[in-house]
Design a protein. Structure first.
Length: 140
């Protein structure tokens, strides 16, 4: 079980079950598993600071809980991403940035999840871009 607080300070319990049904006979058996979602308000779990090497690809998925979630978007500097060709945002809340650059990609990113009733949750991710690392091999 995952517990979180709604915007109205009412405790909301989000429960996710995986149920398995098994039918057994003399001929054999068959089973099917399915996920059971219990409705709950959107909630973004805390995200640790990310360190990325310049020139590399950065990928992060927004850690959203709640059901149903209608949309998950990413923002930087109050602008909805993507804002350039190196950024891609997927419907599942994944943000991918290729060829990361310190001057444009370092900073605070905000993940916003919204349910069909318009309730939202926001979570912040700090991204630090490190300089390209070089390995020097010394021979004896």
């Amino acid at each position: 079980m995952i517990y979180h607080q709604s915007r109205y300070s009412i405790p909301i319990k989000v429960i996710i079950f995986v149920l398995r049904c098994v039918a057994i006979s003399k001929v054999g058996s068959v089973s099917h598993a399915g996920r059971l979602n219990i409705h709950g308000l959107p909630h973004i779990r805390p995200m640790d600071k990310a360190q990325v090497v310049a020139g590399h690809t950065f990928e992060v998925t927004c850690p959203v809980a709640g059901y149903p979630i209608e949309t998950v978007i990413w923002e930087k500097d109050n602008r909805v991403l993507p804002i350039n060709r190196r950024q891609r945002v997927f419907p599942n809340g994944t943000l991918v940035i290729t060829s990361v650059q310190r001057n444009t990609d370092q900073g605070s990113y905000v993940c916003v999840a919204k349910n069909p009733q318009g309730f939202t949750s926001r979570g912040t991710l700090e991204v630090q871009v490190m300089g390209e690392r070089f390995l020097i091999y010394l021979s004896n």
